[in-house]
Design a protein around this ligand. Structure first.
Ligand SMILES: Nc1nc2c(ncn2[C@@H]2O[C@H](COP(=O)(O)OP(=O)(O)O)[C@@H](O)[C@H]2O)c(=O)[nH]1
Ligand SMILES: [Mg+2]
Length: 313
């Protein structure tokens, strides 16, 4: 890839953009420097996370949201991350089929990630792909993840606001979600509200939010949708942007973005220091001492300390 990366990803021919993304997915290390240079161009895109249990209707909802976004004259991209795909194993194909009414629109770009069953570095790759899509000039980025696991939580940290999609089938299982999607949601969607039990979920959520009012910056709104029929989707779109506006005015959005920026710098410094520390000399020293440490029942903590002290520079 050359320094024309920006030019390439902004080309009207979306195949160029696809190729760059594939190179990132394949872990092409020569891209790191080029991606770095994209940073100033990645900041204007609004990033919306959409998370929740599998089968809740996230992809169906996104498909309808894309239509709303387009009729509002905005361009949009979507990354769908579902590495677990516990149901049917065909979620990716499903996502593509569900969203393919938009494939001919050059202002829509949809990509599924994590389909190759490899989890290593998925969060990092998703971030890189999100940055490429943002730099490609799309107004809005939608990021779909399944609301479970650490990788998904890592991924969802990269967005400005998070929509949590639940469905009546969640039932009392909602009690167990508190540590996950419930905590990170800014706006809640009870989808499949054509089915029984939607009101129960909404009531339970509302009660929970009121009970824990002090733990949040604001009490999230709860909306009802029937994604398959497009019911409530316009309201969801409007509500999302009202919220973004509110959070922009209050400074929360900027604060979140700065926190993200800070976290990233810290994590890069950490990675850099670790790399710098493990010189051949230190690797050798540890290898030579390993048996002694182990036989003498030296704790890993003391062993690490002794290694750091003996070679401090
Ligand atoms: N009855 C009903 N089915 C829905 C609704 N939304 C989505 N579905 C169906 O639920 C299934 C899972 O939807 P999908 O969008 O793939 O869920 P995801 O795993 O959260 O992305 C599909 O068969 C959809 O057609 C809804 O509002 N009502
Ligand atoms: Mg999906």
């Amino acid at each position: 890839m050359t320094s024309n990366l920006l030019y390439t990803i902004r080309s009207p021919n979306l195949r160029n953009l696809s190729q760059v993304i594939s190179a990132v997915e394949n872990g092409d290390p020569s891209l790191d420097k080029d991606l770095n240079s994209l940073y100033p161009h990645t900041r204007d895109t609004i990033r919306i996370g959409i998370t929740g249990p599998p089968g809740g209707g996230k992809s169906t909802l996104i498909d309808k949201l894309i239509t709303e976004i387009r009729s509002d004259g905005k361009s949009v991209c979507c990354i769908s991350v579902d590495p677990t795909s516990p149901f049917s194993g065909g979620a990716f194909l499903g996502d593509r089929i569900r969203m393919n009414q938009h494939t001919l629109d050059p202002n829509v770009f949809i990509r599924s990630m994590g389909s190759r069953g490899e989890l290593g570095g998925l969060a990092k790759k998703t971030k890189q792909v999100a940055d490429i899509l943002a730099a490609s000039g799309k107004d809005i980025l939608l990021l779909e993840t399944v609301g479970v696991g650490q990788i998904e939580s890592e991924i969802i940290k990269q967005v400005d606001i998070t929509l949590v999609v639940l469905m009546p089938e969640v039932g009392d299982g909602i009690q167990f979600m508190k540590a996950g999607p419930i905590e990170i949601g800014d706006l809640f969607v009870i989808n499949k509200s054509d089915r029984e039990g939607a009101d129960y979920i909404a009531r339970t959520l509302r009660y929970y939010f009121e009970l824990n009012e002090n733990e949040r910056e604001f009490i999230p709104n709860i909306l009802m949708t029937v994604a398959t029929e497009g019911k409530g989707v316009h309201e969801l779109y409007t509500e999302s942007f009202t919220l973004i506006e509110k959070l922009t005015k209050s400074g929360t959005l900027n604060q979140r973005r700065k926190q993200r920026y800070l976290d990233q710098i810290k994590s890069l410094v950490k990675d850099g220091l670790v790399l710098k520390f493990w010189t051949q000399e230190r690797e050798n020293l540890l290898n030579n001492k390993l048996n002694d440490f182990h036989d003498q029942k030296i704790s890993p903590y003391d062993a690490a300390l002794s290694l750091m002290n003996s070679l401090s520079d």
